[in-house]
Design a binder for this molecule. Structure first.
Ligand SMILES: NC(=O)c1ccc[n+]([C@@H]2O[C@H](COP(=O)([O-])OP(=O)(O)OC[C@H]3O[C@@H](n4cnc5c(N)ncnc54)[C@H](OP(=O)(O)O)[C@@H]3O)[C@@H](O)[C@H]2O)c1
Length: 253
């Protein structure tokens, strides 16, 4: 199968690309660093030429509602339009568990994306996953202020990005199925504990990671577990601790 991975250089995207290639698919990755801009549409028609299935795992690092809605609306509209013109038969999108229960900020962008995909002309699959284990590193980077990292309190059930990528390639192979069962990890964690453990293992041992009770309904919902999967969701195998140990074992000694 010919697969285009939008955001194929990203945290989950690079696993989607490598797993799909390992299974013998021809894969192209779409990202700005590879000459394709999903927001402006630059390079998209050429990149989708001959593609059967699009897997969309593109993202931008923002918590702002407008920036997220603008990004996911433009990127999804362009991908669906260029996909239709190129004869794409299946559009697979990755969304986030509980996006509708915390429907503001970044999650409003994910809902806009889901709405466009599910009402579009290309047969589709949407998988919602929880935060990745790798989210701890993304948050550390984005919340650091000198020696401090101010991390909003949030309850999460994180999953390995590689397990999510495997589920996305499975979905691409099995054809359009609409909304499929959510996927979460094996254990509930507190984000601030994950970031603290990540910082002390991989980054600055002296970094002071402080939990912040962020104001507003979005963070209240996230603290109270709005992003935890409901019964019936798929459960990944690798815990956050196991993922950290596996990553640490690959560090140069
Ligand atoms: N992170 C999580 O914990 C998590 C959990 C559940 C679901 N998700 C979902 O998973 C998806 C991927 O998230 P991620 O954390 O893996 O993202 P990421 O690491 O931030 O990677 C984003 C990817 O999108 C590409 N990209 C950004 N802007 C682009 C543009 N204008 N045109 C083309 N490509 C663009 C980036 O490449 P360039 O910068 O080179 O363009 C990169 O390949 C998102 O839909 C997100 O909502 C994430």
């Amino acid at each position: 199968m010919n697969i285009a991975v939008a955001g194929g250089t990203g945290t989950v995207g690079r696993h989607v690309v490598s797993i799909a290639r390992e299974r013998g698919h021809r894969v192209v990755s779409l990202s700005r660093s590879e000459g394709v801009d999903l927001v402006s549409g630059r390079g998209l028609p050429e990149a989708l030429n001959g593609i059967d299935t699009v897997v969309d795992v593109a993202s931008i690092p923002t918590l702002a509602r407008k920036a997220a809605v603008d990004f996911f609306t433009a990127a999804t509209t362009n991908l669906l339009r260029a996909g239709k013109e190129s004869g794409v038969k299946h559009h697979v999108a990755l969304s986030i568990v509980g996006a509708d229960r915390a429907a503001t900020g970044y999650y409003a962008g994910k809902l806009a994306q889901e709405e466009l995909v599910s009402s579009g002309d290309i047969p589709w699959t949407i998988l919602r996953a929880t935060q990745f284990h790798e989210f701890a590193g993304q948050v550390l980077e984005r919340s650091s202020l000198g020696p401090l990292a101010l991390v909003p309190r949030m309850t999460t059930q994180p999953v390995a990005a590689r397990e999510v990528a495997k589920a996305l390639v499975d979905a691409a192979e099995s054809g359009p199925h609409g909304r499929v069962a959510d996927l979460g990890g094996p254990q509930v964690e507190q984000l601030v504990d994950m970031v603290r453990a990540y910082a002390s293992t991989f980054r600055q041992k002296k970094k002071l990671v402080v939990g912040l009770t962020a104001p507003g309904p979005l963070w209240k919902a996230m603290r109270s577990g709005a992003l935890i999967p409901e019964p019936g969701a798929g459960v990944g195998l690798q815990t956050f601790d196991e993922w950290m140990q596996a990553e640490a074992s690959e560090l140069p000694r």
